[in-house]
Design a binder for this molecule. Sequence first.
Ligand code: FES
Length: 186
Amino acid sequence: MSESAAQEIPMSRRQLLSFVTGGAIAATTAATLYPVVLYFLPPSTAGGGEGVAAKDKEGKDISVSKLLAAVTPGERVLTLGLDVNGGDATYIVINDQKEVANFGINAVCTHLGCVVPWDNGAKQFKCPCHGSVYNADGGLERGPAPQPLALVKTTVSEDKVLIAPWTEQDFRCTDLWCNKDPYWAK
Ligand code: FES
């Protein structure tokens, strides 16, 4: 990887590791408490949305207005989200109109579980562990990963990004992978 290409990746591997390690503790706690808290909340206080709020590396809810002020169109932003596919590091997808898209991408490589960095210059996810490449939607472009990155559903509610399971068909097809049934849906 060239120096300029490396600079385009928003987080170093060490930052990613500490992000995910620190976030895993917060997310485990959140995952444990979330159903309990939800049980005691009347439906009207949930803001009409569904899912868990995406969090930053300090475990605080992401503010959509602050997020959109800081990103470029088409960017993918790493957050803590929903535990699917063996991990909860999740990319929020910013579309070309600089809005939060209605899907997010689980950041855990489907090969051996590394968190996959986003290359904003190449518009691809490139796994540093064994070289797998995914396109901007998480579709599989190059192995050894056997499957695309898992999808999640994202909605914006009260300045937060809510992340929920993606149970609909997988809309991505590449030369390496095309299967409409979401493999991550239990
Ligand atoms: S863990 Fe990503 S290519 Fe091996």
